[in-house]
Design a protein around this ligand. Structure first.
Ligand SMILES: Cc1ncc(COP(=O)(O)O)c(C=O)c1O
Length: 448
């Protein structure tokens, strides 16, 4: 047991030892270190309430900034104009499709037909509909591959649809090594699709152009669909991808293959999580591809038709008007260079830089620390460990020091010593507290 120090000298931890132990016990969770994000949130909130001490809360991956105002204004206007009483067109309103098409040309430098620019209820609804459609598409049993670590909800979506998946942790397979590893799965011929997020939740690694090329070329060779999750669009702050129509562009596998479906969230780059509006971007090739098996479940054997009029219709019957107007207005403003989305979210990089230093100055290590030879970017998340602790033990022990994160074990990572920290809810005014708590932790758990 790693919390011997606490047992011997209960009074010394920043958060009252007795309260933390009792709340953990009362939660009836078998192991607090394995708790889901929501379960942890509940326990931490209870401890905060009883002790009156605010935690350094790093467990939730939610925006910590205000929504882009142009979006809110456009949404209010649309509602005042009476959209609330009307059913939506499932394909999306023209304003959204037009500006969405311009957005991907401006910031990814790719050309996609408007038909393939589809609004969804958050990007997660887009991935769910895609999985559902692909599950009904293949003659052979469906199997999906995750390049992990990743967003746990995607795995839950496949479980809910009763679809098979496997995955591997990219940690040991960066750069050229990715080719053989990926091919070892694809050569069996039973993988339909691959998904990864870039920048990556939870590790904040960013795939290099070399790696994206490997993925794209193998997708061509084995006729596999690549689902690229761009939930943190443009947020690799080492480069500025935010000038429309000018390089550098947000790196994407779409430069190397036409077998792509991109998931473009509005939640983080535009701080628009609550209104649940993402864009599912389906390449022309995939949109128009024909699959006879689709006819068993849908009215059409064309992928794009089945996706929109079969899956998305069945799930949501369309995406609310007003958030579509909001994101269409934001897309238009960034396409026209009226606003720069990056400037608002750059704040996360500043927080991460300082927080990572506070951790490493006090004996912690960054787990996913490199993109090939380069140090990873400072951004929305980082991962950390402490010598001698498993991730589960560390998560529990840090609660006594008023710090919360999530275990990498729930993300498909093999780095079981690690935790994920999200910087978004940690305000700069809390940094002195964080430093004090980390120093205490380090003092109580000396590293040899
Ligand atoms: C990798 C990843 N994909 C998707 C999402 C969800 O995006 P949305 O809010 O657009 O559904 C998140 C949110 O945390 C994420 O981290």
């Amino acid at each position: 047991m790693k919390n011997i120090y606490n047992i011997l000298s209960m009074k010394e931890t920043p958060i009252n030892h007795e309260v933390v132990s009792r709340k953990i016990k009362e939660s009836k969770l078998h192991k607090i270190g394995r708790a889901s994000i929501r379960e942890l949130l509940k326990v931490v909130s209870q401890i905060e309430e009883e002790t009156g001490h605010k935690f350094i809360r790093m467990e939730m991956g939610v925006p910590g900034l205000d929504a882009v105002k142009i979006g809110v204004d456009a949404e209010i206007k649309a509602l005042k104009n009476g959209v609330a009483s009307k059913y939506v067109n499932i394909e999306g309103i023209p304003e959204f499709k037009n500006e969405g098409q311009r957005f991907v040309k401006s910031f990814l430098n790719i050309d996609v037909h408007k038909d393939g620019c589809i609004p969804t209820v958050g990007s997660t609804s887009g991935s769910f509909a895609t999985f559902m459609t692909m599950g009904n598409m293949t003659e052979r049993p469906f199997k999906h591959l995750f390049i992990d670590p990743g967003f746990p909800l995607h795995k839950q979506q496949l479980r809910a649809l009763n679809l098979n998946f496997e995955g591997f942790d990219i940690y040991d397979y960066r750069g050229d090594k990715l080719k053989d590893k990926l091919e070892s799965y694809l050569k069996n011929g039973d993988i339909t699709s691959i998904l990864y997020s870039n920048p990556n939740n939870p590790s904040w690694i960013c795939f290099t152009d070399k790696e994206l090329k490997i993925i794209g070329e193998l997708a061509n060779k084995y006729n596999v669909i690549v689902m690229e999750d761009l939930a943190y669009f443009g947020m690799d702050f080492r480069k500025d991808y935010s000038i429309p129509g000018e390089p550098p562009y947000q790196p994407t596998v779409a430069q190397y293959t036409d077998n792509y479906i991109l998931l473009i969230s509005s939640s983080k780059a535009f701080s628009y999580a609550g209104q649940r509006l993402g864009m599912l971007l389906v390449s022309d090739k995939i949109f128009n591809s024909k699959h006879p098996k689709l006819k068993q479940s849908y009215n059409s054997d064309i992928f794009g038709q089945a996706l929109i009029y079969g899956s998305l219709y069945a799930i949501n019957a369309g995406t609310s008007h007003s958030p579509q107007y909001a994101i269409a207005a934001i897309y238009k403003a960034v396409n026209d260079k009226k606003i720069n989305y990056r400037e608002a979210v750059l704040e996360y990089a500043e927080r991460a830089k300082i927080m990572k230093k506070l951790f490493t100055d006090n004996g912690f290590k960054i787990v996913y620390d490199k993109d090939e030879d380069n140090p990873i970017a400072d951004g929305f998340y980082f991962t950390f460990s402490y010598p001698g602790f498993t991730g589960e033990e560390l998560l529990e022990e840090l609660l006594y020091y008023g710090i919360s994160g999530i275990s990498l074990a729930i993300t498909g990572s093999k780095r079981l010593e690690g935790l994920r920290a999200c910087v978004s809810l940690v305000h700069k005014s809390q940094f002195p507290d964080l430093e004090h708590r980390l120093k205490k932790f380090n003092k109580h758990h000396p590293v040899n």
